[in-house]
Structures are given as C-alpha cells and as structure tokens.
Write a protein of this length. Structure first.
Length: 146
C-alpha cells in the first residue's frame, strides 16, 4: 500500500512559477519592432497633414483679413495706408470719423500659423493691396493671392 502525502509547499510554488513566466526577450523585441515600424510608417503622413493644415489655416485667415480690409474700404473710401497697416482693422489709426471698427472679431491681429505677422503692402503688385505670409521658412517667395 502506498502512502499519499501532500506536495510540499515549496515544490508547489516552484512548479507554479514555471507556468507563470513572463514574456521572453524575443517576444518583447518582436513587439518593439512592430511598434517601431508603425511609428516609422505613420509619422511622415501625420507631419504632411500638419503642414497642409497650417497652409490651409493661413489661406483662411488671409481671406478673413481681406474681407476686413474691404469693410474698411467701404467705411473709409480707401484701404489702410502702409503706415497704418493691418492695425487699422482693430484700432482707429487716428481721428478717422467714419471708422466703424474693429473690423475683426478679435482685438488683436492674428499671427500666421508659424507665429509671424501677416505682411501687408499697398499698393499691391497686381491688386490694390498684397496680403501674404512669410511661410514656414520666414522668407517671402511672393505674395499670396488675396
């Protein structure tokens, strides 16, 4: 007759630990490689979308500023002078009796998406005025059509 004895607690814990092992180094490296590939594939596309969004934002703000300049023209009979600049859209540049601004919803002039002021030139090269941004590199390659 054989006597059945309970398995010692230490042996039982050692056996359980063998079954509860974590991930192997190879498995972790495979997961990291997959994540690295996903990042390498998606990052350039996301950066392209961000660059395109900034250009689109600049176009929309230029159209908004152009509309404000047209409203100034309706009230004053002229566009702001080069000395008055775009600031004339938010504050009365002097003692202009017919000024009914501000012509923008904000009290501050917006900056372009790259953090610089929009450029205003009167008279313009092809229209009454030029309104453009210096772009991401900070150099004007020419006025953006308004």
């Amino acid at each position: 007759m054989r006597l059945i004895t309970a398995e010692p607690a230490r042996a039982r814990r050692a056996r359980d630990r063998r079954h509860e092992r974590g991930f192997t180094l190879v498995e972790l490296l495979v997961v990291l490689a997959i994540l690295g590939l996903l990042v390498a594939i998606t990052t350039p596309q996301v950066l392209k979308y961000l660059a395109r969004a900034r250009v689109d934002t600049a176009r929309i703000e230029i159209k908004s500023l152009s509309t404000a300049l047209d409203l100034f023209l309706i009230d004053m009979g002229r566009y702001p002078t080069q000395q008055e600049g775009l600031q004339a859209l938010v504050t009365n540049p002097g003692t202009l009796d017919r000024w009914h601004g501000p012509y923008l919803k904000t009290t501050n002039l917006p900056l372009d998406p790259w953090g610089r002021a929009y450029q205003y030139r009167i008279p313009g090269q092809q229209t009454d005025f030029d309104l453009y941004t210096l772009g991401p590199d900070g150099t004007a390659t020419g006025p953006t059509p308004n």
